[in-house]
Design a protein around this ligand. Sequence first.
Ligand SMILES: [Zn+2]
Length: 350
Amino acid sequence: MLLKTLSEARGVSGNEAAIREILLPAVEPFIDEHRVDALGNLICLRKARRERVAGGSERVLVAAHMDEIGLIITDINSDGSLRYAKVGGIDDRTLLSKQVLVGEKAVPGVIGFRPIHLIGRGGLEKKADISQTVVDIGASSKESAARLVQVGDYVTFRTGFEVLAEDGLRCAKGKAFDDRVGCAVLVEALQGDYAFDLYAVFTTQEEVGLRGARVAGYRINPDIAIALEGTVCDDLPKEKDADVTPVTQLGHGPAVSYRDSSVICDKNLVRLITETAAAEGIPWQYRRSAVGGTDAGALHLVREGVRAAVISVPCRYIHAPVSMVSLNDFDNAVRLVKAVLTHLEGGLEA
Ligand SMILES: [Zn+2]
């Protein structure tokens, strides 16, 4: 299963080569050309398979980012433990007591935390201070650690993909669903026949500022751009008096954004997406929050501006060592993206 392979692969921002190496053979049978640019974006072109409709789109760019949040080694201590920094937005509390893999050699390690016996009265109420934590690979000296790890090595969480309860929701747990779900949806969407040139762009460095998308968008200069994402899902019980409207809910279908912190989506493109979902009987939901940015934020601002939107698969516990998706939402996202691309052939109302 491609989603499992992508989820378990290791590709923190700036180090996406392993993800490219999985994606390229997966898309190669369906594309006419590809290139890897200076920032590591994998840009794939599937040329129009049917005659272009007058007034229809010419070049459509669909993006999904390959990078995941993680850590980077900043120093090796004299006792062989490793100092680290976060790459991308991570809540410190989710790092405690996690298993990780370090560097190209995938050296196993843990981010240990002081046992409850030693925290003392009142200590449990305090916010965890991750500056007191290290990545512990079990090395006994700086020299022995340095044989395995170097400063600048990336650290990923050690989380296996697994399909959980085989009930109606078809939940799966794993890491990096943000945005390997988007990558897997894009591989499926590439297999449709459309009346425009489809540029499937697997972008880099989204989690540190939408960087890959910016240069890829400039090169392609598309009429329309759609970012595919794994997005916030907060449908579990909340504290009393909290705002009870979730951003998205698992199993309610792909989420359609009308805005996020990086973009106000093109009104007519959003309408085309939601009307397509209704016409095809595909469940969908709005993404009911503006928190977080997406590659659409970079893509809509290239050159003279690009009409852009975002379609997402809801992910519980996003930006953490483990997250969860519904494979139903995944399948419906594939259906929706393919149907939207087909409907885009007729062009978009100005
Ligand atoms: Zn993302």
